[in-house]
Ligand binder design. Structure first.
Ligand code: BTN
Length: 242
């Protein structure tokens, strides 16, 4: 595998997309100490200060159609939960599709992007941001009530290298399982960490909000939401309010 380590980048995601376009091999990883323009979901920024977190992007070339790419987001969330559990002993929660929460606050974000090109094998770029050693004061004030780090929750600093290693190990294991046996086994693991299933939630999509009960996820990884009229909505991308 190829690991590209950079002291400072705009976004590891941008670099990985470019490398993927240029034909980089599956398993290529871009990791950086600092991102000056970290990207979040839905056009948001991802706060990525120097030396306190894990900011990395992994290139995969799975033999699956692009509409199944959301499964890989869920797979990644499971792998990260397992790694956090392994390294810190803390069992995190997953909020669909890709937020990992500790005590109701977000400590991990996952951003999956596709690099599709008719002439090339398409690839999936999985961006992972983990807040590891930030103190409360190191978070911008406007996200202090919704964001946390592993160190804050655990009460001690965590070795980032150890966590990176464990995340990649779990990811590799689950990815092979996924390629051999499909999404089913991963979905079961995911449901074990999920907090929103069976609850009344509000899903804010780019086209407006839907209120309802989260029934579960489909085999593709979409969220099934039943509204008050018993209509089932299949949601690709949204923010969930519990
Ligand atoms: C989210 O909005 O929850 C997803 C955040 C993803 C952040 C990671 S950090 C590494 C990679 N590079 C980026 O610019 N974003 C992702």
């Amino acid at each position: 595998h190829f690991v590209h380590f950079e002291e400072e980048v705009a976004s590891t995601q941008k670099i990985a997309l470019k490398l993927a376009y240029e034909g980089a091999k599956e398993g290529t990883l871009v990791i950086s100490e600092l991102q000056t323009a970290g990207r979040g979901r839905m056009g948001r920024k991802w706060f990525s200060p120097k030396g306190t977190g894990i900011w990395m992007s992994l290139i995969l070339r799975p033999p699956i159609p692009p509409q199944k790419a959301p499964q890989l987001t869920l797979l990644t969330a499971v792998a990260i939960c397992q790694a956090i559990q392994q390294v810190t002993g803390i069992v995190p929660d997953i909020k669909w599709p890709n937020d990992i929460l500790l005590n109701g606050k977000k400590c991990v974000g996952i951003l999956t992007e596709l690099q599709a090109d008719p002439d090339r094998v398409h690839s999936v770029i999985i961006g992972i941001g983990v807040n590891v050693n930030q103190t409360v004061e190191q978070f911008p004030e406007d996200i202090r009530t919704i964001a946390t780090s592993l160190a804050i929750e655990k009460g001690e600093r965590i070795k980032r290298a150890r966590l990176v290693q464990e995340i990649l190990l779990q990811l590799e294991k689950l990815y092979h399982q996924y390629l051999q046996h499909g999404f089913r086994p991963i979905k079961l693991l995911w449901e074990g960490y999920a907090v929103s299933i069976g609850k009344k939630i509000t899903a804010r999509t780019l086209n407006g909000s839907i209120k309802g009960t989260a029934l579960g996820i489909t085999d593709e990884g979409l969220l099934m939401l039943e509204d008050e009229d018993k209509h089932i909505h299949y949601i690709h991308s949204a923010d969930i309010q519990l």
